[in-house]
Design a protein around this ligand. Structure first.
Ligand code: G4P
Length: 548
């Protein structure tokens, strides 16, 4: 047993506890953790790269882009990702800017995005929405914004590609407000567009930032002209300035002034115009992120809510990535720190397994490379090596029984039934799918009345990933086939008898249980789902479920 503390040691202990509290508070206050949401081709990769270049995190233009197109040689992503030249699983980039620590979590924006894309958004404190100003609000942006809305995540908006012919800016704001149901507060306003793009007017600072094309500038200084009435402007481009003055009047009258509270509540988005490829307007968005976006906030951990500045470490796993390093079979569990201070080598408790683990090899994610992490604070992401004992939603602490909430599973949009060529491998198939299901790589449904297992995903690429992992990690050559299922809903009810009746009814043929044992209805069409819902009013059909 440890020695009983004397007056002396008590004194020392409380002193040493005081210093970290201040340190932790300071570290939390300077952290910003965000993700970029956009439809493919809106400019997410370009903007990410400019943010990194701008902050000095990377020196070479083209680094992020090359990675996207698969020209990069490091082996940080899966084989399949290289083949397809897209980002299968989101990665994390950490950089410092203006004495802040910024964690940028990548959300794969390709058509083949996966559940990871959604789950990453549960680990951020704010999001940057990039919109192609020629196209406006697109389908994937709507989906991602809906996920942000589940936690009222504050959203900043960047209207990109003003160096091209775009849609009318007022019309764009209108569309964001009506389609995405979020108030817009323009912070910068474009002067012209396409060949006549002159720059942006900063509505709050009454400054004009003059546009100059050029792709490879990292720390450019665009010329700033103070005051919309500055005679220099009238000299430079008289026509556009008259137009701008009219528009600004209109904007002031027709739109909402920026309101920090509303933004932090997720009800209003500040809007910036610019051109990512020209690095124009990027600094403004980065500054807004530091000045306005929230530092890590409290998180609900079921028994109580946890403040980021609490001294004991806590966090949760929001994503698991396999084979980041092909030389090792390891998976990496991405953990978002929610409180306290993480130090390499410390012991933390895996609460679901009620097991203490010592974390000695942990990765953090500097933009340039994967590095060993020495310490981390709320808002940071650390990568824990995982030999199959970690699942999405697992919580970790220094001992207190916490369970962080808000990590959703989404009803899949794509389905495959799965068979194997070699029936002797059936056990491995089940084991593999069980683990992949728990890990969150794919959703696995087992029909109540028997038959082939059904896999569900929100992006079709997930099936490819699962097929390749089944083969490589479990030695199972599985055949995936199309099914007649078009959507799935989790079914719950307080009425146990109704649930049992439902299972026994003719609807039973379409009922299955997921990997966590939840009942789901696999509908064959929208009409089929609607009719079933009408027929069973005692039951609730959910399109998302929380991690249990
Ligand atoms: P994503 O990650 O959201 O999918 O988009 P990405 O950054 O890859 O950008 C999609 C395309 O839009 C790229 O062109 C990119 O160069 C272009 N782009 C991004 N920002 C701007 C901008 O501010 N102005 C203009 N005019 N174009 C922009 P691409 O032809 O697909 O690629 P590349 O051949 O140019 O590399």
């Amino acid at each position: 047993a440890p020695d009983l503390p004397t007056a002396d040691t008590v004194e020392v202990a409380s002193e040493s506890r005081k210093a970290p509290a201040e340190l932790i508070a300071r570290e939390v206050a300077r952290r910003r953790t965000f993700g970029i949401i956009s439809h493919p081709d809106a400019g997410k990769t370009t903007l990410t790269e400019k943010l990194l270049l701008f902050s000095g995190a990377i020196q070479l233009a083209g680094t992020v882009k090359a990675r996207k197109s698969g020209r990069h040689a490091t082996s940080d992503w899966m084989e399949i990702e290289k083949q397809r030249g897209i980002s299968v699983a989101s990665s994390v980039m950490q950089f410092e800017y203006r004495d802040h620590v910024v964690n940028l979590l990548d959300t794969p924006g390709h058509q083949d995005f996966s559940e990871d894309t959604y789950r990453v958004l549960t680990a951020v404190d704010s999001a940057l929405m990039v919109i192609d100003a020629a196209k406006g609000v697109e389908e994937q942006t709507i989906k991602l914004l809906n996920v942000c809305r589940m936690r009222d995540t504050p959203i900043l908006t960047f209207m990109n590609k003003l160096d091209r012919e775009c849609r009318d800016p007022l019309e764009l704001l209108d569309e964001v407000e009506s389609v995405l149901k979020i108030q817009c507060a323009p912070v910068t306003w474009p002067i012209g567009m396409g060949k006549n793009f002159r720059g942006v007017y900063h509505l709050l600072r009454d400054e004009i930032l003059l546009f100059k094309a050029g792709e490879e500038r990292a720390d450019q200084e665009f010329e700033v002209v103070k005051g919309i009435d500055n005679p220099r402007l009238a000299e430079m481009f008289p026509l556009e300035i008259e137009q701008l003055k009219m528009e600004v009047e209109l904007v002031h009258g027709a739109s909402h002034p920026f309101d920090l509270e509303e933004f932090l509540a997720g009800k209003q988005t500040p809007v910036f115009f610019g051109s990512a490829i020209n690095n124009f307007g990027v600094r403004e968005i980065l500054n807004a992120l530091l000045d306005w976006a929230p530092a890590p906030r409290e998180r609900d951990a079921t028994v109580r809510s946890v403040e980021p500045t609490e001294a004991p470490f806590s966090g949760f796993v929001f994503k698991i990535q396999a084979n980041m390093d092909p030389a090792h079979r390891d998976r990496i569990a991405f953990l978002r720190v929610c409180s306290g201070r993480f130090e390499r080598g410390m012991k933390i408790k895996h609460l679901r397994l009620n097991r203490e683990i010592k974390v000695s090899s942990v990765v953090t994610f500097m933009a340039s490379s994967r590095e060993q992490v020495e310490e981390a604070y709320a808002g940071d992401i650390i990568g824990l090596p995982n030999h199959g004992n970690m699942q999405i939603g697992d919580s970790f602490s220094e001992g207190e029984l916490l369970q962080f909430t808000g990590i959703p599973y989404f009803a899949p949009d794509f389905f495959r039934s799965v068979r194997i060529r070699n029936p002797l491998k059936i056990k491995q198939l089940h084991k593999g799918l069980q683990q992949l299901g728990e890990e969150g790589a794919v959703q696995v449904f087992k029909p109540v009345h028997g038959g082939d297992l059904v896999l569900g995903a929100v992006g079709v690429l997930q099936f490819e990933v699962v097929a390749s992992r089944l083969l490589n990690e479990y030695g199972v050559d599985a055949v995936f086939e199309g099914t007649s299922i078009s959507s799935a809903r989790w079914v719950t009810s307080d009425d146990k008898k109704a649930l049992a009746d439902f299972e026994k009814s003719s609807a039973g043929a379409n009922i299955a249980f997921d990997a966590a044992g939840n009942m789901a209805y696999l509908a064959t069409s929208g009409v089929n789902l609607k009719l079933t819902q009408e027929r069973w009013p005692q039951l609730t059909f959910h399109s998302t479920r929380e991690h249990a």
